[in-house]
Design a protein around this ligand. Structure first.
Ligand code: BG6
Length: 509
């Protein structure tokens, strides 16, 4: 993210302004951009909601959200006063078509043709059931017509399956062009995720070994210690595969597996990612039990505290079949990756909150050292740490000091915090700034989302048609169900223990 202000005046119309997403993520990010002087000089946040309220009441509500969730903490009085001057509110009944004409009137005044260079960002922080009616209302009121100056932002869940995604998408694309549609996958805004491309394509040393000749397999882990929290109404219908794999984990896989783009350009990069999606071997329904594993957390312990099982969480059905853990084995059928498995796993209530990508290199072709020196102890691997520790670790073998020949795994580390010593912007700050300058590089294109749904449909169908007989099948505070161990064990492999920030070199199971 460059530290400059977008040039044009921007009005960000926030549908669902009084909701959770606005309070927790969108407005704290806007406020931090404001503090960093990265909002346009002329910026208005026009909150839209179904409640009647004054702008100052919305501002008070948003203040609470910023105080609770912003990385910059409770706002200083003067800063907040200056920011809240930019907050406005419009009560809209979305069922009323005239409401969108009122919105246009509010934005552009009575004579729309006299409009200046103001750009409009329509941000849908609403339930997905409103995406289509809002897009339609905006389109019919003529607010989507300016292809360069108006954009729409949507977030997952973008559908529940392939068909429902297509329905939502066709409502969006009926009124907006693809270049105007910004589909958020907040993982793409994380610094460590953006750095995957920098690491791979700005350094000549990785590309030569980034292929089937040197890589044994790739493992992507996104583990959380949190449970479902207050989100049961959504999560019960979603589950881990839809919630995390369909979007975040597949995006990570694409960044690891893609070919170098010709230019750092939204379409070029997304074309290269799309090549990966094309190359992913479809999963046959008959292979689901072999290529996918699911789990649901039972009661257990997280950081010394007893936690309940998923089925005991508020709002969750007693016999819920929703998976809180999913693992997949995927193959990228192309020249670079043929026969290199990509193992993906994600779960709630796991042993540690850690997200990382592990590139496991092949063993040496010939072992010149006697077995007694411990050469077999650890494979060489490169670990891209996404969170909580942000960095890159190369794990390799070294000779222990001493007269005896003994080898031991050691770490070579790069840490963001140490190298740059500046606060990392939240993903939403990066993404909102990109929306304002109209850069779609870090957003999901329609074809990618569709391909991701297509890939996962057989798994979703088989899982929903065959309720898991063994749920709950992993204790909270562990690394997931046995079925996931079996998934990699069938290939003679195991999940490599994630590198935790507290690890000392060589500390590994
Ligand atoms: C969201 C999921 O997309 O990502 C949540 O809906 C999950 O279930 C969250 O907890 C994880 O994101 P982060 O940025 O907290 O790692």
């Amino acid at each position: 993210m460059n530290a400059r202000r977008p040039d044009q005046p921007v009005v960000l119309v926030l549908f669902g302004a009084t909701g959770d997403l606005s309070a927790r993520l969108v407005v704290p990010a806007l406020y931090n951009l404001f503090l960093a002087e990265q909002l346009p000089e002329q910026f208005t946040l026009l909150g839209v909601g179904r409640h009647e309220m004054e702008a100052h009441a919305l501002a008070d509500k948003l203040h609470e959200g910023v105080a609770n969730y912003s990385r910059s903490g409770k706002p200083a009085r003067e800063d907040w006063d200056r920011f809240s001057e930019r907050i406005d509110y419009l009560h809209m009944n979305l069922k009323d078509k005239d409401a969108f004409n009122d919105l246009r009137h509010r934005l552009q005044g009575p004579d729309a043709s006299a409009k200046d260079k103001t750009e409009y960002v329509f941000y849908m922080a609403t339930p997905p059931s409103l995406f289509a009616p809002i897009a339609e209302g905006l389109g019919e009121a003529g607010l989507a017509r300016d292809r360069k100056g108006s954009r729409i932002v949507v977030e997952k869940p973008l559908g529940h399956d392939l068909d429902s995604f297509r329905q939502i998408n066709s409502a969006l694309t009926h009124h907006f062009e693809e270049s105007q549609i910004f589909r958020i996958d907040h993982f793409l805004g994380k610094e460590t995720v953006q750095n995957i491309m920098a690491m791979r394509f700005a350094n000549p040393i990785f590309e030569p070994i980034w292929n089937r000749r040197y890589v044994d397999h790739v493992a992507i882990t996104v583990a959380e210690t949190l449970g479902v929290e207050h989100r049961a109404p959504y999560y019960e219908k979603s589950g881990a595969l839809r919630d995390m794999v369909q979007n975040h984990l597949l995006q990570l896989l694409c960044l690891v597996a893609m070919e170098p783009p010709v230019a750092y350009d939204a379409d070029d990069i997304r074309d290269r990612k799309m090549d990966v999606m094309h190359a992913l071997r479809p999963i046959d329904r008959d292979e689901v039990s072999e290529l996918a594993a699911r789990g649901q957390y039972a009661p257990g312990w997280i950081e010394g505290t007893a936690v309940s099982g998923y089925r005991q969480e508020p709002g969750v059905a007693d016999q819920s079949n929703t998976e809180t853990y999913a693992a997949l084995k995927l193959q990228v059928d192309n020249w670079r990756w043929q026969d290199v498995p990509f193992y993906l796993r994600t779960g709630k209530r796991m042993a540690a909150a850690v997200s990382e990508i592990s590139i496991r290199f092949r063993d040496v072709p010939h072992r010149a050292f006697p077995a007694s020196v411990g050469l077999n102890a650890q494979p060489v691997r490169l670990v891209i740490q996404i969170q909580p520790h942000e960095g890159i670790v190369l794990k390799f073998m070294a000779k222990e000091p001493g007269s005896q020949l003994r080898l031991r795994p050691v770490d070579m580390r790069f840490s963001y915090a140490e190298a740059f010593n500046v606060p990392t912007p939240d993903a939403y700050e990066t993404l909102l700034w990109d929306v304002m300058i109209g850069d779609a590089t870090l957003f999901m294109r329609s074809d990618q989302v569709e391909a991701a749904w297509r890939l996962l449909m057989p798994v979703l169908d088989v899982w929903s048609g065959n309720p898991a007989a063994d749920f709950p099948n992993y204790r909270s505070g562990t690394w997931g169900p046995e079925a996931a161990e079996a998934l990699v064990a069938r290939d003679g492999r195991n999940w490599l223990t994630p590198t935790l920030p507290s690890d000392r070199p060589g500390d590994e199971s």
